[in-house]
Design a protein around this ligand. Sequence first.
Ligand SMILES: C[S@@+](CC[C@H](N)C(=O)[O-])C[C@H]1O[C@@H](n2cnc3c(N)ncnc32)[C@H](O)[C@@H]1O
Length: 163
Amino acid sequence: MPISADGGKLLYNLIRATKPTCVVEFGTSYGISTLHLAAAVRDNGTGQVITTEMSRTKAASARTTFAATGLDDVITVLEGDALQTLAALREPVDFLFLDGWKDLCLPVLELLEPHIAPGTLVVADDVVLPSLGPYLDYVRDTANGYHSVTFPVDDGLEISCRL
Ligand SMILES: C[S@@+](CC[C@H](N)C(=O)[O-])C[C@H]1O[C@@H](n2cnc3c(N)ncnc32)[C@H](O)[C@@H]1O
């Protein structure tokens, strides 16, 4: 279930506009969304993408694609459960894309919140999926420190700004 082409173009534009130093992605799969993120980072001339995938087979396939496209020097693939691999992250997260299993999007956000400064964009894919409900409830409540809007492209992207 890769991101749609329009969703990928939106991610590209958001990254070109915000020029993040560190982009984190939850859920690489075969790397389609990562290519959009990394292309924007490459065209910005600065930054890196850290992406996470628990399937060894998918991670290996994605790495092959990243090398073939010449974007591998701006991408780091963390293999394993993102709740464990991202726990070791120490640097600020300047852009977060959440596209792993939907019931884990909120736990991953909560794990990374200490590294997310005000003004940071957090984007989640597949707003239509019921399992993303707890995450959507959280980011749509301004008491939790986000201003959130649904962007109706394909299965819906939720774009949330850390306040
Ligand atoms: C919808 S796919 C990602 C699609 C990809 N972002 C794209 O647009 O090309 C979700 C991926 O998240 C991975 N995933 C799910 N839970 C994970 C976890 N706890 N840690 C790391 N990866 C996980 C799955 O193995 C799957 O490949």
